[in-house]
Design a protein around this ligand. Structure first.
Ligand code: UDP
Length: 513
């Protein structure tokens, strides 16, 4: 089998956003560890940000390369250097950014034609339907890499079919997602914008196009694991062909250097100081507060976060995104002496810019994660075995909040009520008292708090087992990569049967006499 796999060349195409590039790069490493040669399409600026992690993979003898294509952003009015969604300064730039991504189609087609060896398979993240059409045109099998959970995909499908949300009177009236085993209650204002509207001819056209494109793909890979959401995985399999959970992919990062460089070429802190500070804290005592790579938080809200974290009287690490740093905020931090106080008392760290999230979360001192509920962050919290304080902001993040609170039951909600648009600042304040209360609840050592923590720790073990790499007793996600490699007879059926049988699966081969 090994020599068969070593002849495979997979082409990976992520949307140019951290929440797509990061997990697809992790998945590239998982594929390369199985012997596959992997090429990842990117752009020059993103290549610079990711080259250290790729170089590290190469030193571990993994066959991975980044292929930068010139990004035509300026043709669409984007500022120079704006090649990743985390550099978009306003919501108005999202459309030109996606248009510029689509313009990569022709250069990519030319590249594929000239590629040696020719790709056997194309895997692209869910927001790039044109890549599936391109794969079809080039005659290459393709797969969708889904960056959200089965729970989200399935519930959003149920809502789109049942249209219960169209029957409520106002945006703040709640309704239940029908026909699922958990009690999941939404208001319309918590749904992503495209799911709130009544279906019109316009939206129907877009949905039909997406469904058509989905059918071009041979299958869908989900960054999740079967044991995490078994009912939703099973139901999703009934409505999506070849659906395989292959995550949590972040667990491929085992060494300190891998966890440190993930998502950017350099972290904005000295990791040794950060780790030294974490080492000096009691186990499970520190709150880690980080809100992903896209949301904008106003200076006013940031001040409340700072004061809320401080008033919790717990040690904390607070990440402030580069785009949110303003002279107003810096002046306030200085006048208020918040940073000075927490540094002097060794109570906390403020990190400006990019943080090594997986490295920090995996430290034994982290006891709670204040998160915006992006799916990657949610999974990373699960992998770290920490309870979460949920503060969803936009997109499918309210789905993830409900998953954390009502399905796996490892979180406490902060009380956010409605989504905002990507890149837009929040208009409803979350007050410092709400932050303090939620932190106290998640860190509570009473029966409820301890049970929540126990569940989180059990999930961490399940996640680890799912991705377990040993050939003879691999976990569910490890095994799920085999049919992907075998699809299109890339691995002979007989070898596949042998591998499955080795894992205790009863296999029947149907052949002619
Ligand atoms: N991330 C990080 N450092 C930061 C901010 C984010 O490493 O300072 C990573 C985080 O670990 C996750 C990704 O960026 O893998 C964010 O993806 P997610 O789906 O959580 O949220 P989004 O950025 O799309 O809002």
């Amino acid at each position: 089998m090994d020599s068969q796999i070593e002849r495979l060349h997979f082409l990976l195409i992520p949307l140019l956003a951290q929440s797509h590039i990061i997990p697809l790069t992790d998945f590239a490493k998982l594929l390369a560890r199985r012997g596959v040669f992997v090429s990842i399409i990117t752009t020059p600026r993103n290549a610079t940000r990711y080259e250290s992690i790729i170089n590290l993979a190469k030193t571990a003898n993994l066959k991975i390369q980044l292929i930068p294509l010139k990004f035509p952003g300026q043709e669409f009015g984007l500022p120079e250097g704006c090649e990743n969604m985390d550099t978009l300064t306003s919501i108005a730039l999202v459309k030109p950014f996606l248009d510029a991504c689509k313009k990569l189609e022709k250069p990519l087609e030319n590249l594929i034609e000239e590629m040696e060896p020719k790709p056997n398979c194309i895997i692209s993240t869910n927001a790039l339907p044109w890549t599936q059409e391109l794969a079809q045109k080039c005659g290459i099998p393709s797969y969708i890499f889904q960056t959200v959970s089965c729970f989200t995909v399935f519930c959003s499908r149920v809502l789109s079919d049942s249209k219960v949300q169209e029957r409520v009177n106002s945006d703040s009236d709640s309704f239940l997602v029908p026909n699922i085993p958990h009690k999941i209650e939404f208001t319309k204002s918590q749904l992503p914008e495209n799911e709130r509207k009544k279906s019109s001819d316009d939206t129907k056209g877009v949905i039909e196009h997406m469904e058509k494109v989905q059918k071009l793909a041979r299958g869908t890979l989900i960054n999740s694991f079967e044991e995490l959401e078994p009912w939703y995985v099973e139901e999703s399999k009934k409505i999506t062909k070849n659906l395989w959970c292959i995550g949590p992919v972040s667990l491929c990062n085992k060494e300190l250097a891998e966890k440190l460089n993930r998502g950017d070429n350099k972290s904005s802190i000295d990791e040794h100081n950060c780790l030294k500070w974490l080492d000096s804290m009691k186990p499970r005592s520190v709150i880690y507060a980080c809100f992903g790579s896209l949301c904008r938080i106003s200076p006013h809200q940031l001040k409340e976060i700072g004061l809320g974290l401080e008033s919790s009287n717990r040690p904390f690490i607070w990440i402030i995104r580069e785009l949110d740093i303003s002279s107003e905020l810096e002046k306030w931090l200085e006048d208020e002496k918040l940073e000075e106080r927490i540094i002097r008392s060794r109570r906390g760290l403020i990190i400006r810019g990019w943080a090594p999230q997986v490295l920090i979360l995996s430290h034994p001192s982290i006891g709670g994660f204040l998160t915006h509920c992006g799916w990657n962050s949610t999974l990373e919290g699960i992998c770290a075995g920490v309870p979460m304080i949920t503060w969803p902001m936009f997109s499918e993040q309210f789905y993830n909040e409900k998953f954390i609170l009502n399905v796996v039951r490892i979180g406490v909600r902060i009380g956010a009520e409605a989504t905002v648009k990507i890149g837009e600042e929040m208009n409803r304040m979350v007050k410092r008292e709400m932050i303090k209360e939620a932190i106290n609840e998640v860190m509570d050592e009473g029966i409820e708090g301890m049970e929540r923590r126990k569940r989180a720790e059990e999930l961490r073990e399940m996640a680890k087992n799912a991705i377990e790499e040993k050939e003879e007793e691999g976990g569910s996600s490890y095994l799920n990569i085999i049919p992907l490699l075998a699809q299109g007879h890339m691995i002979p059926m007989i070898d596949m049967a042998r591998i499955f049988a080795g894992h205790g699966v009863h296999v029947t081969l149907v052949i002619t006499p």
